[in-house]
Design a protein around this ligand. Structure first.
Ligand code: ADP
Ligand code: MG
Length: 151
């Protein structure tokens, strides 16, 4: 599978990349975010929210699993870290097929529930400020998005 590599040196750059991505996604899109604690998954999601026209402050939904934000396109922000030991379906499909864009932090914990077509994003912490962001499109729609982002 083809991968697309990006590098950022600041939190702002990561947000900007996510903002650009926000201009390319459509309702019903699913983005997964992997990376260690402190890699920048929530930071990326904040940028995405800005790009989608979300006005409320986005912060980690650790205690709720999913938070919904109103925007030009709604944003469904999931952090499924707490589901690591469970195989509980909290109604994921309704979000994935909904009117919003879904972002899933720690998505590998709910692998069985993820749609086949999605954009897999991995954030690798290289040093305190440098991040390598690797995007793996799963499906033609996401392939197109990655190519546009890369230009
Ligand atoms: P996660 O959700 O993956 O646990 P957060 O987004 O909450 O991570 O935290 C990332 C932390 O790394 C923040 O404190 C942010 O300021 C810092 N940071 C430093 N450089 C970058 C960068 N290039 N991109 C994103 N975050 C960065
Ligand atoms: Mg987080």
């Amino acid at each position: 599978m083809e991968q697309y590599f990006f590098q950022t040196q600041t939190e702002e750059e990561t947000k900007k990349l996510a903002e650009k991505l926000a201009l390319l996604v459509k309702p019903g899109d699913v983005l997964t975010l992997e990376g260690d604690l402190g890699a920048g998954k929530t930071t990326f999601t904040k940028g995405l929210g800005t790009g989608l026209g979300v006005r409320r402050t986005i912060n980690s939904p650790t205690y709720t699993i999913v938070k919904e934000y109103t925007g030009e396109i709604p944003l469904y922000h999931m952090d499924v870290y707490r589901l690591e030991e469970s195989d509980e379906d909290i109604g994921f499909a309704e979000f994935f097929q909904g009117e919003g864009v879904t972002v899933v932090e720690w998505a590998s914990f709910i692998n069985d529930f993820l749609p086949e077509e999605r954009l897999a994003i991995e954030i690798r912490r290289k040093d305190e400020y440098t991040r390598e962001i690797v995007m793996t499109p799963m499906g033609e729609h996401y392939e197109f998005i990655c190519k546009e982002l890369y230009r």
